[in-house]
Ligand binder design. Structure first.
Ligand SMILES: *Cc1c(COP(=O)(O)O)cnc(C)c1O
Length: 435
C-alpha cells in the first residue's frame, strides 16, 4: 500500500500540530477550504496521509471511520480499486490536452442517460463553476437579471449566490461575505426554504437544493418542488436544481427522479468526478445551446472535461447501478438509528433526519427543521463536544454542525458497529459537557 504513495520527505514531522502550524505559514488559515480549519469546533485538524474504504489515516498513524467522504464526492469508499485503476490508466495516456476526448463524451452521455432533463451537458471543474455558469446561462437565456435562492441553501463560492438571507423573510441584495460587491447580489433575492415564493417577470431563475444538505439535511415539503416548477412556468423563469450533493447520491437520477420534478437546468459536482475535481451543468437543449460556441453566453475552461476526472467519474457511475441505492439508503437509516439510540440513551435531545441516502444532524429538542431559521437553532456547543468525543473515539464527522453525514459503499455493518460504539460514549460526553 505505502509503496504506491508519493513519498513524503523523510524529515517531515509526523505531527498534526506541527504540520498545521507549518501549513498556516504557507496557506491562509492552513487550509484550502475554510471548513477544514476546525474553526467551528475548535482544535487542530487531523492531517490526512491516506485513506481506504471507510477509513482515513492521519500523519500520526491514527485511523478514523470517515463520515466526511470528501463532503460527498466519494461514494464508493476511499481508494476504490476501480477508480484507482481508471485514473492510473488515464494518467498514462496524458493528463490534459486542450482538445475534445472520447472520455468526456462518454461521461456526458452517461449523465444524459440517467437524468432525462439533461438533453445537453457541459463539463467543468467544480460545483462552484457549475453554479456560476448556470447563473450566467439563465440570465443570458432569459434576458433577465433576478436570481432567487433559498436561505440556508449553499451553491458554492459564486458571488451572485453568496447573498445574505434574513430570518424568515425575503431579502434582496445583501452580500453574504466581504468582497462581494453590492452590485453582484443586487439581483439576488433570498427567500425562506420550503415556501414557494411569488415570482415576477424579472426573474431569470430559481436556484434550489432539491434536498437541502448544507443546513443539516432538510427535506423538501410535499409540493414544494412541484410548486416551484409551476411558479417558474407561470412567469417564464428557469428552475435550476443544484444537485451537486444529491446527483447520483440520492438515486440513479438524483433528486429530480426521486421527487418527479423536471428542472430546466441541473448543476452537478462531487460524485460525478469519482473524487477528482469536476462540475457540470446539464439541461434543456435550447437553454444549453445558448452557451458558447453555439450561443452568446461565454463559458470556457483549460482543464474542463479533464481526462482523469472523466475517467474516475465514469468508473464511479459504472458501479452506481440501481441496486446500490437501496443498500446505501439502508446504511443511512442504520447510521441515523445508531446515533439516535446513542443520544436517547444519554438523554441528549437530537434528531438525525434521513432523506434516502443522506443523513443530517440536529441537536435540540425542537421538531425536525424545515427551514434555516429552525436548522440554526441546533446546539453548536453540544455539537462541538460530540464531534470531539467522536474524533477521540476514532470517528471523523465534518467539523461543522450543519454538514451532512456521508455513508458510502465502504460503510459496512462492521463499520456501523464501530460508529455505534463510539457514539454511545460521545453522546454521554456531550451530555455531561452541557452540565
Ligand atoms: C459542494 C457544493 C457546491 C460547490 O461545489 P464545489 O465543487 O465545492 O465548488 C455547490 N452546491 C452544493 C449544493 C454543494 O453541496
Amino acid at each position: 500500500m505505502n509503496g504506491q504513495l508519493p513519498p513524503l520527505p523523510h524529515d517531515l514531522p509526523r505531527s498534526n500540530e506541527e504540520l498545521f502550524v507549518r501549513s498556516c505559514a504557507a496557506i491562509p488559515g492552513g487550509v484550502n477550504s475554510s471548513i477544514r480549519a476546525f474553526k467551528a469546533v475548535g482544535g487542530t485538524p487531523y492531517i490526512v496521509e491516506r485513506a481506504e474504504g471507510a477509513y482515513v489515516y492521519d500523519v500520526e498513524g491514527r485511523r478514523y471511520v470517515d463520515l466526511v467522504q470528501s463532503y460527498g464526492a466519494v461514494i464508493l469508499g476511499h481508494a476504490h480499486p476501480a477508480i484507482t485503476a481508471a485514473i492510473t490508466a488515464a494518467a498514462a495516456a496524458g493528463t490534459s490536452y486542450g482538445a475534445p476526448t472520447p472520455g468526456e463524451l462518454l461521461l456526458a452521455e452517461e449523465i444524459r442517460r440517467r437524468v432525462p432533463s439533461c438533453a445537453r451537458v457541459r463539463l467543468m471543474n467544480s460545483g462552484t463553476e457549475a453554479t456560476s455558469t448556470a447563473v450566467r446561462l439563465a440570465r443570458g437565456f432569459t434576458g433577465r437579471d433576478r436570481i432567487v435562492i433559498f436561505h440556508g441553501n449553499f451553491h458554492g463560492a459564486t458571488d451572485a449566490l453568496l447573498a445574505a438571507g434574513g430570518s424568515g423573510v425575503a431579502t434582496l441584495g445583501l452580500p453574504g461575505t466581504a468582497g462581494v460587491p453590492a452590485g453582484a447580489v443586487a439581483g439576488t433575492l433570498v427567500v425562506p426554504y420550503n415556501q414557494v415564493p411569488v415570482l415576477d417577470e424579472q426573474t431569470a431563475a430559481v436556484f434550489v437544493e432539491p434536498v437541502a444538505a448544507n443546513m443539516g439535511v432538510v427535506a423538501p415539503k410535499d409540493g414544494f418542488l412541484q410548486g416551484l416548477r409551476a411558479e417558474c412556468d407561470r412567469v417564464g423563469a428557469l428552475l435550476v436544481f443544484d444537485e451537486v450533493i444529491t446527483g447520483f447520491r440520492l438515486g440513479v437520477g438524483g433528486a429530480q427522479e426521486h421527487y418527479g420534478v423536471r428542472p430546466d437546468l441541473t448543476t452537478f459536482g462531487k460524485v460525478i468526478g469519482g473524487g477528482l475535481p469536476i462540475g457540470a451543468v446539464g439541461g434543456r437543449q435550447d437553454v444549453m445551446e445558448t452557451l458558447s460556441p453555439l450561443g452568446p453566453v461565454f463559458h470556457a475552461g483549460t482543464l474542463a472535461g479533464n481526462p482523469l476526472a472523466t475517467a474516475a467519474g465514469r468508473a464511479a457511475l459504472e458501479l452506481l447501478t440501481p441496486d446500490v441505492y437501496p443498500l446505501l439508503a439502508a446504511r443511512a437509516a442504520r447510521l441515523a438509528a445508531v446515533l439516535t439510540d446513542a443520544c436517547a440513551a444519554a438523554g441528549l435531545p437530537a434528531t438525525f433526519p434521513v432523506v434516502g441516502t443522506l443523513v443530517g444532524m440536529y441537536f435540540g429538542a425542537g421538531p425536525v427543521p424545515t427551514d434555516f431559521q429552525q436548522a440554526k437553532t441546533t446546539d453548536e456547543a453540544i455539537y462541538r463536544a460530540f464531534f470531539h468525543a467522536m474524533l477521540a473515539a476514532g470517528v471523523a464527522l465534518a467539523p461543522g454542525a450543519y454538514e451532512a453525514l456521508f455513508v458510502g459503499l465502504g460503510h459496512t455493518d462492521a463499520v456501523l458497529d464501530e460508529i455505534a460504539a463510539a457514539a454511545a460514549g460521545a453522546a454521554r460526553a456531550a451530555t455531561s459537557s452541557s452540565g
